[in-house]
Write a protein that binds this ligand. Structure first.
Ligand SMILES: [Zn+2]
Length: 426
């Protein structure tokens, strides 16, 4: 049981005659028990203060972030700095490159995976869907190591592993490795570019959906293939999802092709995605637009059509890309900026793409979070409202996990961030 005083919560939107919208907030005291919120009381109604109370010092509470696509098994984070080695051949070129180092990198994989997990936890992430290679070079070793690291980080970090055939579904399953990963308990089956990597869209998708169906698992297909091939592949995935009755259990990561076609085509594909509740995970890459003259996936069209969209990190300083901060609030900010989501409500709504769909307020200003019965897990941050968080990306973040406030704020733990020191509990 714990009590957190002076916590700033959003209470509604105010529509002004000028057309401006502002967010209304107030200070509250939260009571928690067994990690769950049991009472939310206005601050000025609280008369007694216990020595064990936490003091949130007026920081704003926002939902924790949820990462839906990140690789922890091939990165440089947690070790010496390395930029990427130039290779040719796109995705296939990177696969050739990693065949050379996958075995050597097993030794310090636990430390590097833990370092990245700790880093993201300190920035506000409490859930991760983690991609781990299952391939003919390292078999299930990455899966087993990262699975152990994840278990060691509970309850601060929860997650689920994707058995990801980085070298192709067909070549990996020809050795029975995907079956082995599913037998070992992998909750999600990955896949990669059925056309360009497996060279056979139907054989690839049939293998993936048959395995997922047999083992009753979700599917996450990484689709870099662009243009007509990419759009055709998405249409086939929609059909397979319908045929296998997997509504709500399939995700497409990247889906770059949606940035290659006109709005009308995006709307039409989005209708099929929404009908089968197929999620789209996008990094909103800047480099992609600059390199190929294409645009980032137009997420606002997808969201308006009812598609579940998650903005994700993907690679963070690994052999694919030197970039990535691990900060999902920064990602949400970039997604808002690319698509000019600049007013109070649109800025705030962008956040649901990095919080697993949770928002403090609906677009009508109704209170959605937190409510009694919710898990008492949140980020406390130095901002007046969520739209300010998305626009300004505040650096001070203190975590509350299951009702317990972190004694060590980010400012102390990482040293490079400014902000006030927190002395807790009072
Ligand atoms: Zn990825």
């Amino acid at each position: 049981m714990s009590t957190i005083r002076n916590i700033l919560l959003e209470t509604g939107y105010i529509w002004h005659d000028s057309g401006q919208v502002s967010t209304d907030t107030a200070l509250f005291t939260l009571q928690t028990e067994d990690g769950v919120i049991t009472a939310i009381e206005p601050q000025d109604s609280i008369v007694s203060v216990a020595a064990s109370d936490y003091d949130a010092r007026g920081l704003l509470a926002i939902p924790p972030t949820a990462e839906y696509h990140v690789h922890l098994d091939k990165g440089h984070f947690g070790g010496p700095w390395e930029a990427v080695v130039p290779v040719s051949g796109g995705v296939q070129g990177r696969i050739e490159e990693e065949r050379g180092f996958l075995e050597d990198s097993l030794a310090d994989l636990p430390e590097r995976a833990a370092a990245l997990m700790d880093h993201m936890a300190s920035l506000g992430t409490t859930f991760m869907r983690i991609q781990v290679n299952v391939d003919p070079v390292i078999g299930l070793q990455n899966y087993e190591i990262v699975n152990q690291v994840l278990q060691d980080h509970a309850p601060r970090m929860r997650g689920e592993l994707v058995a990801f055939p980085q070298h192709g579904t067909l070549v990996t399953e020809s050795q029975g490795l995907l079956t082995q990963a599913l037998e070992a308990g992998a909750p999600i089956l990955g896949a990669l570019d059925p056309a360009s990597i497996d060279g056979d869209i139907e054989a690839s998708l049939t293998t993936t959906f048959e395995l997922a169906n047999t083992y009753d698992r979700e599917i996450d297909i990484h689709l870099h293939d662009g243009g007509d091939t990419g759009i055709y592949t998405i249409q086939r995935i929609i059909n397979y999802t319908r045929d296998y009755g997997m509504n709500g259990r399939v995700a497409i990561s990247h889906a770059f092709a949606l940035g290659h076609v006109d709005d009308q085509t995006v709307f039409s594909v989005a209708a099929g995605l929404a009908e089968q509740d197929i999620a789209i995970f996008t990094t909103q890459p800047l480099w992609y637009a600059a390199s190929f003259g294409a645009r980032a996936v137009p997420w606002q069209i997808l969201v308006d059509t009812g598609v579940r969209v998650r903005v994700v990190s993907d690679t963070i300083n690994d052999h694919w890309s030197p970039f990535g901060s691990g900060d999902l609030i920064e990602r949400a900010s970039r997604a808002a900026e690319i698509w000019s989501q600049v007013d109070e409500i649109r800025l705030a709504n962008t956040y649901q793409m990095v919080s697993g769909g949770v928002l403090p307020l609906s677009s009508n200003g109704e209170l959605l979070w937190p409510t009694i019965g919710d898990e008492a897990t949140m980020i406390l941050t130095d901002a007046s409202c969520l739209s300010e968080v998305v626009a300004r990306i505040p650096r001070e973040r203190v975590m509350v996990i299951n009702g317990e406030m972190d004694r060590q704020p980010l400012a102390q733990r990482w040293g490079t961030f400014g902000g006030r020191a927190m002395h807790l509990p009072l």
